[in-house]
Design a protein. Structure first.
Length: 739
């Protein structure tokens, strides 16, 4: 026993206590007290993962199995690291110093500083942020005579970041480099790395990549392997390839790695996370002991039953069955609504009712698949004065692409709006730099006029030179054209024209960043919002008022966020809107990721359900605006995967939870959608909906032509030519020859 440390809360099986009062269940205790060797702790949602990891660290210290300096504890955020330190010190009763606790990046940076010269850096190297990285990439493209308009710097930076997440140096990267600048991607990656060395700098991806390079030196690797007797890693399901390799290298032959995570909550594949790292842990560490934490302390029995059945449809999992000693609670409610506006109205009404019944607003959340869906709820909450906060991101009208679009419209409406001109003059790039704008602004002050007026005057006088001259002339001509259109076009039509002709939408289409598609969707949602206004000025006044309607900071608020942002949080009541085919699972995720993409979407649905302590309420709309037009929607396949014994499908006949004229739809135990009445709001095809056979060609009004894969009890599984696999009721299909 190390005399320096003791546990304030005794663990069972130790020499100093019988375990009473430690608050651990049997499986948690197994994880905390497990002996040396690799350990995989599969921790389901709400099963006390943080407590187990913290108590294992404290147990290792208190039993003398490791000194603080022999511990490497890896978290994914600085906040998690601070909480870990605080909890361990509370358990051991004293400050813990000398241990290696932090994020992958922070720990990698510490190791790199010890050996920086071996990768041609000084120990005081700088770590570049994203803006600095972009500047370096632009320098590299310029030096190599690459046109940044044809080959956007962001696209190359995205590829480089991906290679580094995979642990690939320029000499080991894959063939994807051939897709950039006529096959020069890898050459430019190498040039970028050389430029970083000249600057004595790294980017975040380098911090582990350089570590892996250092570890090729056996002496260095053995030095670090000897230092750390125990390695503990939180959220292992979110590790990328480089992080996984880093852990494996440091573990060495000793293999004292404790990986804590949940493959069912791996939802960050789009930013490099590899669920395969946790799935293959026992292959990498054959002697690994596996402990499953399955007792849930958060949610009711019905919520857990629904979530477990849903995630059970995934193939890429190690398997857990969550259970609770708590009550069964309310079944997961599933509701069909008429349209997206009706959905926002009904959910806001229910939130108001919950508040009147005593549920604080800060215990209620609305979780959405994409940021674009947030706007409809923001608009509704603002209209009725319901306090809310957007968690994990900006409010809709605060997002960069939305503010850019609004700035364009402000400039069309008000030619003296210098702030709007300053915002959009370089988005997209027009060859007008900061120096030119400052010159225009200075001239405007001298003339006591707007920057636009000063710019026009300087152009007329021939006092603007180079690329800025052509850029300004083109912009001013476009503004003149848009202002001519404004009186005769509806706001949404004008906005679409401006965004297209300005090149802004094309800029997003060429952007290869992971969030580019989401930003494009946000602009489409902005166009939807503009349809509600007859005049542009009315819309601009509305936006200004939105920014001015924040309540007191201490006021309880409904949480509005994406499902990704909700991970790690919990609420009494969770609303899960827009569970519709194409939105959730998202078409793009399935198109790009195939079966793996679909499984990650299902994991995201599982995360959403398990955020709820008491109630989970799911909804889908029969129609929703898409690119400005109303489009019929169909229920998500995830709804068919929810078991009947844990769900309640509520309709108008059951009271306030429904709406007049709604269809009576339920999801039976086989996971199919069964219509219970002729008043269904979904359009049906003419002709019989039964009797489709495997291999038969069929047609659907939304998805087009496809081939039947299977048919069961009226539900037909179809592989569509231009989409993914869908399960559709036969009533909405017809034979291809009758299309």
């Amino acid at each position: 026993m190390n005399p320096t440390f003791s546990l304030r809360h005794r663990l069972p099986g130790t020499a100093n206590g019988d375990g009473s009062g430690d608050g651990l269940n049997q499986e948690q205790r197994r994880a905390v007290e497990a002996g040396d060797g690799p350990l995989l702790v599969l921790s389901g949602a709400g099963t006390g993962k943080t407590r187990v990891l913290t108590m294992r660290v404290a147990h290792l210290l208190a039993t003398g199995r490791a000194r603080p300096s022999e511990l490497l504890v890896v978290t994914f955020t600085n906040k998690a690291a601070r909480e870990m330190r605080s909890r361990v010190e509370a358990l051991t009763g004293r400050a813990v110093s000398g241990w290696w606790l932090g994020t992958f990046h922070a720990l990698g940076a510490r190791i790199l500083r010890r050996h920086a010269q071996l990768v041609e850096l000084d120990s005081d190297y700088a770590i570049l942020d994203t803006d600095d990285q972009k500047r370096v990439i632009k320098q590299v493209l310029s030096t190599n005579n690459i046109d940044p308009k044809r080959w956007p710097p962001e696209k190359l930076l995205y590829s480089i970041d991906r290679w580094k997440n995979l642990g690939l140096t320029p000499d080991r990267a894959d063939h994807e480099g051939k897709a950039f600048a006529g096959g020069r991607g890898l050459e430019l990656y190498a040039a970028y790395q050389r430029r970083l060395q000249q600057l004595n700098a790294t980017d975040f991806g380098d911090l582990l990549l350089h570590n892996l390079t250092l570890f090729r030196d056996t002496q260095i690797l053995e030095e670090w392997q000897a230092r750390f007797r125990h390695i503990l890693v939180d959220e292992y399901q979110d590790t990328n390839t480089a992080q996984h390799l880093w852990i494996r290298q440091l573990a060495g032959a000793r293999g004292n790695v404790c990986a804590v995570g949940d493959e069912d909550q791996s939802i960050y594949g789009w930013r490099g996370a590899q669920v395969g790292n946790i799935l293959s842990f026992r292959e990498d560490f054959p002697a690994a002991q596996v402990v499953r934490l399955e007792q849930n302390y958060r949610s009711t029995g019905h919520i857990l039953g629904a979530a477990s059945a849903l995630i059970g449809c995934n193939q890429m999992r190690l398997g857990k069955t969550l259970w609770t000693q708590g009550s069964a609670g309310e079944p997961v409610r599933v509701r069909q609504v008429q349209d997206s506006e009706d959905e926002a109205r009904l959910i806001s009404d229910e939130i108001e009712l919950l508040r009147r019944e005593g549920t604080p607003l800060d215990r209620i959340a609305v979780l959405l698949r994409t940021t674009a869906l947030i706007l409809g709820f923001e608009e509704r909450f603002l209209k009725i004065g319901l306090p809310y906060q957007v968690v994990g991101g900006l409010r809709f009208f605060e997002r960069q692409e939305v503010r850019d679009a609004v700035a364009y419209l402000r400039l069309v409406q008000h030619e003296h709006d210098d702030l709007a001109l300053e915002r959009i003059i370089g988005r997209p790039r027009r060859g007008i730099g900061t120096t030119t704008f400052r010159k225009l602004a200075g001239e405007a002050r001298l003339r006591n006029t707007s920057v636009e007026s000063a710019g026009r005057a300087l152009l007329a006088a021939g006092q603007v030179r180079g690329t800025a001259r052509g850029g300004l002339r083109k912009l001013f001509r476009a503004l003149d054209h848009w202002r001519e259109l404004a009186p005769d076009q509806k706001p949404h039509e004008l906005a679409e024209t401006v965004l297209e002709q300005s090149g802004y939408l094309d800029m997003l289409r060429r952007d290869s960043h992971a969030d580019a598609a989401g930003r494009y969707e946000n602009l489409q949602e902005l166009l939807n919002a503009l349809r509600e206004f007859e005049h542009l000025q009315g819309f601009l006044e509305h936006v200004a008022l939105v920014h001015d309607r924040d309540g007191p900071a201490t006021e309880p608020r409904v949480s509005l966020m994406t499902l990704h942002a909700a991970k790690g949080l919990e609420f009494d009541v969770v609303f899960l809107p827009a569970w519709e085919d194409g939105l959730f699972p998202h078409d793009l995720a399935v198109l790009e990721g195939g079966d793996e993409g679909l499984e990650e979407e299902r994991r995201l649905a599982y995360v959403g359900l398990t955020r709820a302590r008491c109630e989970a309420r799911v909804s889908w709309a029969s129609r929703r605006r898409t690119f400005g037009n109303w489009e019929d929607r169909f229920p998500s396949q995830f709804l068919r995967e929810l078991p009947a014994e844990h769900t309640a499908i509520e309709t108008a006949a059951q009271g306030a939870y429904g709406w007049p004229g709604s269809s009576a739809t339920r999801f039976d135990t086989a996971g199919t959608v069964v219509d219970l009445g002729p008043e269904a709001v979904l359009p049906r095809m003419d002709g019989p909906g039964q009797g489709f056979s495997e291999g038969q060609r069929v047609f659907h009004d939304k998805y087009g032509y496809g081939t039947v894969v299977a048919s069961d009890d009226g539900a037909v599984e179809v592989r569509f030519d231009k989409s993914s696999m869908k399960t559709i009721m036969g009533d909405y299909l017809r034979p291809a020859e009758r299309a």
